[in-house]
Write a protein that binds this ligand. Structure first.
Ligand SMILES: Nc1ncnc2c1ncn2[C@@H]1O[C@H](COP(=O)(O)OP(=O)(O)O)[C@@H](O)[C@H]1O
Ligand SMILES: [Mg+2]
Length: 301
């Protein structure tokens, strides 16, 4: 009993410290000392690891679709597939209330990304709902600027994803609810950074297959082209795409390639998100960061 009290006090202190740390990281960009650290997850990994035990991990959820009055949505989830700093993703095992998603559930292909909430209070963590809404808005922004991004001189030639599509898992439906904005996507079959590490045990970037190496450059070039064009459309407002390696997934399964409109194996992004510090970095720096991830990344659930 006594220990429980100490545990609660300790958890509260940790949660407060994490909140303060995140707030100060946001308002003090000078804390980010190197371009490499600007890739969000290398900077945030320790915060993320400390945070996760305090995050609500639901098995089911009943909410209102706030965009449609009197529309209850009930969901049942499987075991959490992954998480980032902003949200956790779950396979959806049952859903009622959103007819267009019901077929995908039956095929076992649907996934929901929930913004993080505190386990103790069920309140959304600061900035998570903003990030979830931003993900939807960014998808729209990138889609509407796509033809000029494709015409930019930095845009890659012979990339794996087809023209007219984004190199990312598409959002199928965004549910605005009292539990935050929940994005539904395909559950993709591919190799994330952890699996790549297990398969290749690379000690240098050349240990990866050449087509993977080329695809890393394509993603980097896409981010460069997108930043340049978004900046032209909205001077001073554009932020860089978050291409940190935990956001990349290698797709090679033929059925998956077809479903994602890809013409050959390649990397795409789990999400269209913004880079935390908006710092520019060269392709060489990006490769170096990629290698750091391949050598240090810890396991996700
Ligand atoms: N469509 C998907 N299919 C399979 N796994 C996914 C999918 N989307 C995300 N994940 C897993 O969840 C993790 C976090 O997802 P992400 O969208 O990057 O969240 P965050 O915004 O919190 O970084 C990914 O690194 C990946 O492991
Ligand atoms: Mg992510």
């Amino acid at each position: 009993m006594r220990y429980r009290k100490y545990l609660a006090i300790f958890s509260l202190a940790l949660a407060t410290a994490i909140q303060a740390q995140e707030a100060s990281a946001l308002s003090c960009p000078y804390l980010v000392t190197a371009a490499l650290a600007s890739l969000e997850s290398s900077f945030h990994e320790p915060i993320k690891q400390a945070l996760m035990p305090l995050i609500y991990n639901p098995q089911e959820l009943s909410v209102e679709d706030l965009n449609h009055e009197n529309s209850p949505v009930n969901m049942k989830f499987g075991t959490r597939l992954g998480y980032g700093l902003y949200g956790s993703v779950y396979p959806v095992e049952q859903i009622t209330g959103i007819p267009i998603l019901e077929k995908l559930v039956a095929d076992g292909n649907l996934l929901a990304k929930l913004p993080h909430r505190w386990d103790m209070t069920k309140a959304l963590l600061p900035r998570r709902e903003m990030a979830a809404q931003a993900e939807g808005q960014l998808n729209n922004l990138y889609k509407s600027n796509l033809s000029s991004i494709e015409a930019d001189k930095e845009f890659p030639t012979n990339a794996a994803w087809e023209r007219g599509t984004l190199p990312s898992v598409p959002i199928l439906y965004s549910l605005k609810s009292e539990a935050g904005t929940i994005h539904f996507k395909f559950k993709v079959k591919g190799m994330g950074i952890e699996k790549i590490k297990e398969k290749y045990h690379p000690t240098k970037i050349e240990d990866l297959p050449p087509e993977m190496f080329k695809s890393i450059k394509d993603i980097y070039d896409f981010a460069e082209a997108a930043f340049r064009q978004n900046e032209l459309h909205n001077p001073g407002q554009a932020r860089r795409l978050d291409i940190n390696p935990t956001n990349l997934v290698w797709i090679e399964d033929p059925v998956e390639l077809k479903r994602l409109s890809m013409n050959k194996p390649g990397f795409i992004l789990f999400e269209i998100g913004e880079q935390f510090s908006n710092v520019d970095f060269t392709y060489q720096e990006y490769l170096k960061t990629f290698m750091n991830f391949l050598q240090q990344q810890k396991s996700q659930p």
